[in-house]
Design a protein around this ligand. Sequence first.
Ligand code: SIN
Length: 535
Amino acid sequence: MSASQDCRRYLVDIDSNSTPQLFTDCLVIGGGIAGLRAAIEAAQKCSVILLCKDSLENSNTWKAQGGIASVLTGEDNFESHIEDTLNAGCGINDLNIVDMVIRQGPELIKQLLDWGTEFDIENNHIATTFEGGHRYSRVAHAHGDETGKIIAQTLIEKVKQNNNIKIIENFYTIDLLTNSDNKCVGVVGQNSRSRQIIWAPNTILATGGAGRLYRETTNPEVATGDGIAMAWRAGAVLTDLEFMQFHPTTLYVAGASRALITEALRGEGAVLVDCKGKAFMPDYHPDAELAPRDIVSRAILSQMLKTKSTHVFLDVRKFEKEHFAKRFPTISELCRSFDIDTTKDLIPVRPSAHYMVGGVETDTNAATSVTSLYACGEIAATGLHGANRLGSNSLLEGLVFGKIAGNNAAEDIKKITSYTKRTNIEYHITPSDRTRLDTEDVTNSLRALMWRNVGITRSKKPLTEAQEIITFWHRYVMDKVFDSRTGWQCQNMLTDALLMAQAAEKRRESRGVHFRSDYPLKNDQKFKKHILISR
Ligand code: SIN
């Protein structure tokens, strides 16, 4: 059974006549860097509603530590940044997009600086650092390792000051609404009190990633891939779902929630050692700690296996204490809270799911295959990353494509001389009778299954088994009509998981972050292409 056979168009009953309604020119779903930047751009020309699943402070952007990559120093140049991005992407990046995003970087970062973002400054210039796969020091950071938070705060402030933008937090978007011409006309969702419909001639999807599909992840609880599932139900073309990036270094303390340990640490000299104290990365790649993320993640797994250990360590003991606390305040505080003295102790780490490289396919205008639906940020597959994202290219992509999506959505409004603000939509589902369904249990089991069977190393048997098990769960979860976000979230996660496992099975080669132990080599003849999925 494929996902397309057992999922209905909408997750809930819809009756547009009896549901409270709001109207706006441009609807933005998501409060990370891409959604915020899109809202700011669109609001120059039209009214905007910005929806956020939780609070604006709860996003992957807020948690981003390392920084934002761009050509910011005299020794660096666009060609090198483009080449590094292409090398990481393993042959399937879109060259035009790579070129466009990288060339816009410096200007948009300068704009952030002008808007008040407190980037770290050295000798009157934005300070930069190294990260894996970047041949020059080009990762800008703010307040040490609080880069995402500091950028988000600037954008949130700007959004709050803008009278054209109405912010609605704690709004769970259940589904995108489409009319009979397959045009997106708004959303149905649940605010803190009741069901609500919001009509808009243009909608921008900026809902972020799906790291929570995995038991081990750096992502916050909100990153459950809702946008992917709702775009798929609305008929959007999705691509590259097999490419889930695993971050090599997540704090591994049994019982503690997983937390990102930024790659910038390795960029500045931290060393990976195994449980015997051996620095093992030179055995795996000439660039050692600064090899691409997929290689470092697999090397860590292999070393864990060799040493029969649940984790490896990051050695940061050589960093001078005061400098470390100033440069990496988030990591310092995190380590301190677990009694890890970074001047004496090693930091226990292992890889975990971090970034969804694929997503909703978009063109140079950030438009999806569904009319009037744009996408930007982690949910969008713009072609920038190819089969593997270069560290710190994602905040850059969110900034560039947020601006493009906001501008194009607002320009579209001008072209519409008259539009029906409201479409009658009625959709009724016959409810099932599964009162004893425990969605939390299904969600936890799904996350464990994805980690085991659709994780860092894949092969046919576990991928087939994952699809069979998820299909079985689909049978009794997908026909239920939930009235809570945990239920809808579980349905979305099951939808995403099946699509990801299907895509991972289809790509019978290894490329970028997708590693198949049964097809360990790249096969350009058959697979130098994208795997597209639509309903
Ligand atoms: C990190 O700080 O290591 C994560 C940054 C990124 O994923 O780009």
